[in-house]
Design a protein around this ligand. Structure first.
Ligand code: SF4
Length: 415
């Protein structure tokens, strides 16, 4: 790569066939490059590496809507720098020009901060090397004998992490090891933080940021990137992370606490088969102990998401996934106590709530005029027992306060 490319004076001298990193430098050569600035930044590079991965995390981030990746890449979010993404699948450049971006980052030649995003678990490449192979690689480098050796993405992680402003482990395989690290795996796979070690800190002093999920929610990824960018920009505080390096505001609640079926659980009604609307705990849902916001946020654009669409929670965001949640589709042991408690309490509460619901389903005026001026609403009058229960309920409801009007039944005798 010629040095002339790195000495721009105007946009007309841009070499549009250079790597994206070179183009950025040509466009912004006047930027002071001797040290990493703490904002305001125009550009931040993101180097996306894939280890033992299914690419699901890449698909997830493409579906993000708040903010969408298009806005991050175009630099159209006020206050946020533009992201230059180097992605093995999404980048349009290929071959040497693509790998050159990684080489420049390794040599600390970018002149602007960069972030490493790692998708998939980190395989033990020493095992693959024993048979002359590799598990996952990006680019190749020439050996002394003239041959070329694929560069494992694990090596790239080790090379880029020390100077990175932040390292993001994207998805459960990267955060905790996930499926490739499950019992019996032959790859020696591990998480990004286990690979980098307990002493690892980024150039900004951050341990690995963990964004679990299989796949993670795209908005969780872009929102976390956005908060880190605003921090780098000097416009926001360092985002709060929990004791496992997860964005605290995204992972502090359990699936169950935000689940649309939690009301069924509380009233003690449970699905016996898939496709039923009640709580799914007895067909294998681990939601009460799993930290994840899928039920609140949905999968893409606030739609979908496991329990929202009839699936159970199998704990995919948790460090113990998958082995500690096996066997899937079997009732979690803890629910024997908790769901039976709900069932017992619910057997009292449910009928009482239905009585209240029956009375609150009537307009107050219908009782006052003894008329229901509608084609609807001509329902059977509640039984004496129910009216007694509701009279007591109302007495308690308006204890110490003035009742706004007659009850449809106790005040007007509607038929
Ligand atoms: Fe909780 Fe799962 Fe039931 Fe939802 S389906 S209420 S997460 S146990």
């Amino acid at each position: 790569m010629s040095e002339e490319r790195l000495e721009p004076s105007s946009a007309t001298q841009i070499d549009w066939f250079a790597s994206s990193t070179d183009r950025e430098r040509q466009l912004r050569a006047e930027r002071e490059q001797s040290k990493l600035p703490l904002g305001p930044l125009d550009v931040v590079h993101v180097f996306w590496l894939a280890g033992m991965s299914c690419d699901g995390c890449s698909i997830a981030v493409l579906g993000a809507t708040s903010p969408p990746i298009e806005q991050l890449l175009s630099g159209s979010i006020p206050g946020a720098p533009k992201i230059v993404l180097h992605h093995p699948v999404l980048s349009v450049e290929a071959g040497k020009a693509f790998v050159r971006n990684f080489e420049m980052a390794e040599r600390n030649e970018l002149g602007v901060p960069y972030v490493v995003a790692f998708e998939g678990s980190v395989a033990d490449e020493r095992l693959a090397a024993q048979s002359g192979g590799y598990w996952s690689a990006l680019g190749a480098e020439e050996q002394e004998d003239g041959s070329h050796r694929p560069i494992p993405t694990a090596d790239w992680l080790g090379r880029l992490a020390p100077n990175a402003a932040a390292v993001l482990a994207v998805g459960t395989c990267a955060t905790w090891g996930g499926v490739p690290a499950a019992a019996g795996n032959p790859t020696g796979s591990m998480s990004v933080m286990d690979y980098l070690g307990s002493d690892y800190r980024s150039s900004y002093g951050l341990p690995v940021v963990n964004l679990p999920g299989c796949s993670p929610i795209g908005d969780n990824i872009t929102e976390t990137v956005m908060t880190i960018l605003l921090f780098l920009q000097g416009l926001g505080p360092l985002p709060e992370f929990d004791e496992l390096g997860r964005p605290a505001w995204l992972f502090q609640s359990t699936v169950h606490q935000q689940c649309g079926r939690a009301g069924f659980y509380e009233e003690g009604t449970f699905a016996e088969h898939y496709g039923e609307k009640e709580c799914l705990v007895e067909v294998g849902c681990w939601g009460p102990v799993v930290q994840c916001n899928i039920t609140a946020r949905g999968a893409i654009n606030h739609m979908g998401g496991c329990m929202n669409t009839g699936g159970i929670c199998i704990g995919c965001t948790m460090p113990g996934f998958p082995d500690r949640f096996a066997p899937f589709y079997k009732t979690p042991p803890g629910s024997t106590l908790s769901s039976n408690s709900s069932r017992l309490v619910g057997s009292f509460i449910r009928p009482l709530r239905r009585i209240t619901q029956e009375f609150q389903n009537r307009e107050p005026g219908w009782g006052a005029t003894k008329d229901v001026p509608s084609g609807w609403g001509h329902v059977k009058r509640p039984s004496v027992a129910k009216r007694v229960v509701h009279a007591l309920y109302e007495r308690y409801q308006f204890l110490g306060s003035r009742k706004p009007g007659d009850s449809p039944y106790t005040g007007g005798g509607e038929s």
